[in-house]
Write a protein that binds this ligand. Sequence first.
Ligand SMILES: [Fe+2]
Ligand SMILES: [Fe+2]
Length: 165
Amino acid sequence: MLASIEQNLNEQINVEFYSAYLYLAMGSYFESEGLRGFANWMRSQFEEEVAHAMKLYHYIVDRGGTVTLTAIAAPPTKWESPVSIFLQAYEHEKEVTQSINKIVDLTIKESDHATHHFLQWFIGEQIEEESSANTIYQQLVLSGTDKAALFFLDRELGQRTAGQT
Ligand SMILES: [Fe+2]
Ligand SMILES: [Fe+2]
C-alpha cells in the first residue's frame, strides 16, 4: 500500500487507542463519583474504540502494509462535572471525524479505492459517535442541578453493552 496512506492509517490507530484511553479515564471519574451507569457507558465506549483500532490494524495487514504502534498520550485526570466530560467527549469525536475525513480526502487524491471503501464504515460510525455524545451532553444540560434526573440517566446508561450506542 501507498506509504502516505499507510502512515495515516497508523496514525489513526493511535487516535483510536487515545480515544479508548480517554474514555477509560472518563469512566474512572464516574466510578469515583458513584455513577456506575455512566462508568459502564464509558467502559463500553473504551471497548468500541479498541475495536476501531483493531479494524485499522487488520486492514493494514490485509493490504500487505506494516502496522506501526506509537506512544499513546496520557488523557486528562480531572474533570469538573459530568456535563463537562460529555462536552469534551463530543468535541473529541468531532476531531476524530476530521481525522477520518482527512484520510478519505487523501484516498481520493491518490485514487486508493480500497481504502476509500474501507473508510466509509468509519464515516458512518462517526455520525453515531458524535450524535450519542451530544445527546447525553444535551440531556445533562437539561437536567441542570436536578439530582433525580442525573440518577435516572445513570440507570439508563447502565443498560448499555459494547456495540450499542
Ligand atoms: Fe473510534
Ligand atoms: Fe469514538
